[in-house]
Structures are given as structure tokens and as C-alpha cells.
Design a protein around this ligand. Structure first.
Ligand SMILES: [Zn+2]
Length: 314
């Protein structure tokens, strides 16, 4: 697999090509192996490079005889569904500019159950952001913003707002770079500083409002530029990137998903939005298919119960 994957060579150019390339699990496994071990098989036990393929689709190390599944430790772990169906789901999810609702996925794949489509989409969202990777750099705007239309999932009442932490790169005066998002559990606290240190490279310049807790950023290896609340006419003019991203997210949640998002599920949607936003300039939708599968084979499994469990947030 190459650093600059090529359409029609490294990933399918069309849905017809997808069907032709991946008719069965065997072909899907070969493809996933190429993504997981780009330089060839490496035994997780002894780092051996020589292997046999077993009749059950495993890689067996010639040195220590350990058997390795290419899907072990990924979202495809112990799936009972053919991998070709997963590949089709990923194709649909990534080939639509704004993504797809669970109902939409249920329809195109002919699932009997809405619940299955919903669980698949959430597993795939978890594969969309690689934690600890791809930290933002350069000039970065940072703020909290309120996202409305989120249900707290407890009282059944809608219309609540949730604080979301937004960091977005400014490339030049107008253009936005990459974004990172997370739900704020404790808005208005130094949680925003912790978020910044997780998602922004030291040495970057961080622009914020004048909140006092954020002054710590200057001692944490960043150049901190802030506008004090007294001088700021309004937040949108001080941090235009953050507020543009916030309004795009709101529009996306309402326009694409057509249903209310429960608060404990919001992180999954933020991950999907991040994946799409950061790849919005991709010349081919198929490249997003490739990137998502690539990330999926390096992302741990998410059993359904952890998706529903609100205390088990990422
Ligand atoms: Zn080995």
C-alpha cells in the first residue's frame, strides 16, 4: 500500500469495482492484511516475518506457530457478517458527501433490523478518529461552543445544549485546516486546557478568548494569543474559525441525521464530523473508503454494549 494511494489501484474507483474486487471474505482479508501490515506480515508475538496461510483465513507464524487473524483487535473482530457487507457499508458511508443515517444504511444494505445498521454506523464512527495522532499545528483557534438539539437521554426532554470543545487550524487569513472536537464534561474549566494539550502540538500558536484558566497555555509550550472579553465585540469575530465549524456541525447534525442525537452518543458523531471535515478536500470519495478501512484495522473492537453504555464514553 502506498503513501499516496491511487484510485482504481489501491482503492476502488466505483461501486461496481468494489463489488468486483471484494466478492468474498478471502479477498477482503487480503486487502485488510495489506492495510494492517503495509510492509508485509509481522508476528505480534515474535516479530517473525515468515508465515503460512491457514485454511481458516489466519496467518501462522513460521517461527513460533502463533496464529493471527487480521481482524483481531479491530472493529471487524468476531463479526458474523460477511466482510464484503462491511466493505459495502463503508463505501456507502464514505461516498456520500454528508454521510448517511442508520435508516439509509438499513435500506441500501437490506438489513432486517434498524438496530444492526445503527450499531454498524457507530462502530465505524469509532474508527474515524485515531487518538494520539494527527495533532493540530501552526495557528489554532480554541474555544467551547454550545451545540443544541441534543437530548440528555434521561428525562426525555429535547432542546438541551451540550458544550463542545473545538480546535481548528488557521491556514493563512481565511482558510481553515484540520479540526479536533470533544464534548466538554465540565464547561468553563481547565478541561479545555487539557483538551488543547492532547490535540495541539507544542510550539503552536493558540488563539482563545480572555478566559483566565486558558492563560496556563503559555506555560505549557504554546504561544498564547487571547482577546479579553472587555474588548471583544462578539466571540464570532474573535474566533471566526471555531464559530464557522460550530455552525457547520449544527447544520450537519440536523440536515443529515434527521433525528435527535442523544448526549452520550454525541462523541461518535463528532468523530464522524472530524473525519469528514479533515478530508473535505479529498479528490476522490474512494480515498475516504481507503482511509477509513486503514484506520479500522488499527482501531480496537467496540462491542454493542459499550456503544449503549453512557458511562463508558471514549
Ligand atoms: Zn511468531
Amino acid at each position: 500500500m502506498s503513501v499516496n494511494p491511487v484510485r482504481g489501484v489501491d482503492y476502488p474507483a466505483t461501486y461496481q469495482q468494489l463489488l468486483a474486487w471484494f466478492p468474498d471474505d478471502k479477498r477482503c482479508l487480503e486487502y485488510l492484511a495489506g492495510l494492517r501490515w503495509p510492509d508485509g506480515f509481522v508476528c505480534p508475538s515474535c516479530a517473525g516475518r515468515q508465515f503460512w496461510r491457514t485454511g481458516t483465513g489466519l496467518w501462522m507464524c513460521q517461527a513460533c506457530e502463533r496464529r493471527t487473524s487480521v481482524t483481531a483487535g479491530t472493529i471487524f473482530h468476531r463479526t458474523r457478517t460477511p466482510l464484503s457487507s462491511w466493505f459495502a457499508a463503508i463505501w456507502f458511508l464514505t461516498s456520500q458527501k454528508n454521510g448517511m443515517s442508520a435508516l439509509g444504511l438499513q435500506r441500501v444494505l437490506g438489513f432486517a433490523s434498524y438496530e444492526t445498521a445503527w450499531a454498524w454506523l457507530h462502530k465505524l464512527r469509532r474508527a474515524m478518529v485515531r487518538p494520539e495522532r494527527d495533532r493540530l499545528a501552526g495557528i489554532v483557534e480554541l474555544d467551547e461552543t454550545m451545540i443544541g438539539g441534543v437530548s440528555d437521554g434521561v428525562h426525555g426532554g429535547y432542546g438541551d445544549k451540550v458544550a463542545v470543545m473545538v480546535a481548528v487550524e488557521r491556514n493563512g487569513t481565511r482558510r481553515l485546516g484540520r479540526v479536533r472536537l470533544a464534548v466538554a464534561k465540565h464547561p468553563g474549566t481547565s478541561e479545555l486546557v487539557q483538551f488543547a494539550t492532547t490535540v495541539i502540538e507544542p510550539g503552536s500558536t493558540i488563539r482563545t478568548d480572555g478566559a483566565r484558566t486558558l492563560r496556563q497555555l503559555a506555560e505549557l509550550g504554546y504561544t498564547h494569543e487571547y482577546t479579553t472579553g472587555y474588548n471583544a465585540p462578539d466571540k464570532a469575530s474573535v474566533l471566526p474559525g471555531v464559530h464557522l465549524v460550530a455552525s457547520l456541525i449544527k447544520r450537519w447534525l440536523i440536515g443529515t441525521l434527521h433525528y435527535r442525537v442523544e448526549e452520550h452518543q454525541l462523541p461518535y458523531y463528532l468523530d464522524e464530523y472530524t473525519f469528514r471535515f479533515n478530508r473535505r478536500a479529498a479528490t476522490s470519495r474512494g480515498l475516504l473508503f481507503y482511509r477509513l478501512l486503514q484506520q479500522a484495522v488499527t482501531t480496537g473492537p467496540r462491542p454493542l454494549h459499550s456503544l449503549h453504555n453512557r458511562t463508558n464514553s471514549p
